[in-house]
Design a protein around this ligand. Structure first.
Ligand SMILES: NC(=O)c1ccc[n+]([C@@H]2O[C@H](COP(=O)([O-])OP(=O)(O)OC[C@H]3O[C@@H](n4cnc5c(N)ncnc54)[C@H](OP(=O)(O)O)[C@@H]3O)[C@@H](O)[C@H]2O)c1
Length: 328
């Protein structure tokens, strides 16, 4: 297959590019700063010569968007919104204009679209979309609006020859440097990986191999369209999530942090506490119904596997990936 990945230079794109290329597919990445073979320039906003790569491709997987690992200032939130909505609109326009449109367009979305809740898991059919939860900071609702507008931009695109799937992905855990597993592992190994604000908030996650397998599954299943949760079936409270990560690294204890301490820590690493404090309890209803079998269902087993791989052969890191992944 020919697979085009707009925004494919970051953490998730690196995982997909590596796996799909190894499986023998032709992968083309759209980026604002091409530096390697198979990378084509675009600006993420306007149609250009890059659209020729989409015409005649089999699959488009759009990952473009300003990193969410940043302070949620009004300017950054606006950029997070615009980069996602505009890139989705222009990818839709390229597909609509193609003489030979791709069979399927997988559009990144996020598990953050669901409400901050503890009582029950969110699947696609019964899950509660966020935005109206009482007692949470107002800007958390803006993150939900970003996700909804992002999905709406794909829904509105008129691409009758192309199946559209929105990937409501949880945190993708891979042993690569600069990704979320790397950051959490770093905290755990420093002895800082304890419960945050009590640690009752749920963490949804997906192992990188299952993420790739789910993407391949969705590419192959012509009967599946619309939003699909990409999350392991076993989300768990943050305190248990970090305890298992510490155990995988052989770190006996982790200092607990209050919400206030998390705020200071997030400020120090130029990130935002929403990423730590929002309860994301998301389960893969549609994938399981469709017969997808996860290889990593429980976090402790997944964490052991990731730590083993991280400790193994030195990883090849794409130039500049850490900077892009952390938004620095
Ligand atoms: N990582 C996760 O666990 C996870 C989970 C759920 C959802 N997501 C979403 O999935 C997508 C990919 O995640 P990721 O972790 O790979 O993100 P990432 O490392 O930040 O990469 C995103 C890519 O988007 C491009 N980009 C950034 N700002 C842009 C802009 N203003 N206009 C156009 N393109 C821009 C960048 O490519 P260039 O600089 O090369 O142009 C960058 O490599 C993101 O939208 C993220 O929100 C990620």
């Amino acid at each position: 297959m020919k697979v085009v990945i707009p925004g494919g230079t970051g953490q998730v794109g690196t995982i997909l590019d590596r796996a799909l290329t190894a499986a023998g597919h032709e992968v083309v990445v759209l980026t604002r700063r091409p530096s390697r073979e198979r990378e084509i320039p675009w600006d993420g906003r306007t149609l250009g010569a890059w659209a020729e790569a989409v015409d005649g491709s089999d699959v488009v997987i759009n990952l473009a968007g300003r990193s969410v690992s940043c302070r949620y200032t009004p300017a950054n939130l606006r950029e997070m919104m615009d980069s996602r909505v505009q890139s989705t609109e222009v990818v839709g326009a390229a597909i609509a204009a193609a003489a030979r449109p791709p069979r399927v367009w997988l559009q990144m979305s996020t598990a953050t679209v669901y409400a901050h809740r503890f009582d029950a898991p969110n699947d696609e059919a019964t899950g509660v979309i966020g935005g109206g939860e009482p007692g949470v900071p107002g800007y958390w609702g803006y993150s939900v609006r970003i996700a909804r507008n992002w999905e709406r931009a794909q829904e509105r695109a008129e691409t009758p020859g192309t199946r559209k799937v929105a990937l409501r992905a949880a945190m993708v855990m891979s042993p690569d440097r600069g990704g979320v597993f790397d950051v959490l592992s770093w905290l755990a190994r420093l002895g800082l990986g304890g419960p945050v604000a009590g640690g009752a908030q749920y963490v949804s996650w997906i192992h990188d191999r299952d993420f790739v397998r789910a993407v391949e599954f969705l590419i192959g299943r012509d009967d599946l369209a619309g939003p699909v949760n990409l999350a392991a079936p076993g989300p768990l409270p943050q305190r248990r999530f970090m305890r298992a990560l510490r155990a995988a690294w052989g770190v006996p204890a982790g200092l607990p942090a209050t919400a206030w301490m998390a705020e200071v820590g997030a400020l120090a690493i130029r990130s935002d506490t929403e990423l730590l404090l929002k309860s994301r309890r998301v389960v893969p209803g549609r994938l399981l119904d469709a017969g997808f079998a996860f290889e990593h269902v429980r976090w402790p087993d997944a964490a052991d596997d990731l730590v083993r791989r991280r400790r193994g052969a030195a990883r090849t890191v794409r130039p500049g990936f850490r900077e892009r992944a952390t938004g620095t």
